[in-house]
Write a protein that binds this ligand. Structure first.
Ligand code: HEC
Length: 131
């Protein structure tokens, strides 16, 4: 997959959402699906389950991602993904595109976001397609 960038990109939070795509990038839902089911990069299925019949082990620490695109706008999904702690300081969900104040991150992840801006947009595009 792609290498994460050295620095997170700037974004503007409005209410509980990041309305504009990061860097104006267009997401690719099929790449997003691959990231969500990836056990090394996304790790989403550690905590979530979803419409992934081929995945044997799925998490039950959090919600079923099925229908996420019907529950949230793309902007709300973008903020939940980039920085879940901004909405819920006690959240165990990792901030996928934020580096300041991160704790307990593996050394490979220190000082850089988990997902690049493009990867964030790919995952947002995929989640938005889950109606
Ligand atoms: C360590 C556990 C963990 C991981 C890993 C994780 N999440 Fe979450 N996620 C949560 C929890 C817990 C919530 C519930 C809200 C909160 O506490 O922030 C949540 C909430 C959400 C929500 C909003 C609730 C819903 O289902 O509509 C979405 C969407 C979401 N996560 C997507 C993802 C995606 C996509 C990934 C991977 C890129 C991911 N999460 C990785 C724990 C996790």
């Amino acid at each position: 997959m792609y290498a994460a960038p050295a620095q997170p990109v700037a974004y503007e939070v409005v209410g509980d959402a990041i309305p504009q795509p990061l860097q104006g990038l267009v997401g690719d839902a099929s790449r997003g699906r691959a990231l969500v089911t990836d056990r090394r990069e996304g790790l989403c299925l550690l905590c979530h389950r979803g419409p992934f019949p081929e995945e044997r082990f799925q998490g039950d620490l959090s919600t079923d991602l099925s229908g996420a695109g019907a529950r949230w706008t793309p902007g709300q999904l973008r903020l939940r993904l980039t920085d879940a702690k901004r909405l819920n300081p006690d959240s165990v969900m990792p901030a996928y595109h934020r580096t300041d104040g991160l704790q307990r991150v593996g050394s490979a992840w220190q000082g850089r976001p988990v997902f690049s801006a493009q990867q964030v947009e790919d995952v947002v595009a995929f989640l938005a397609s889950l109606q």
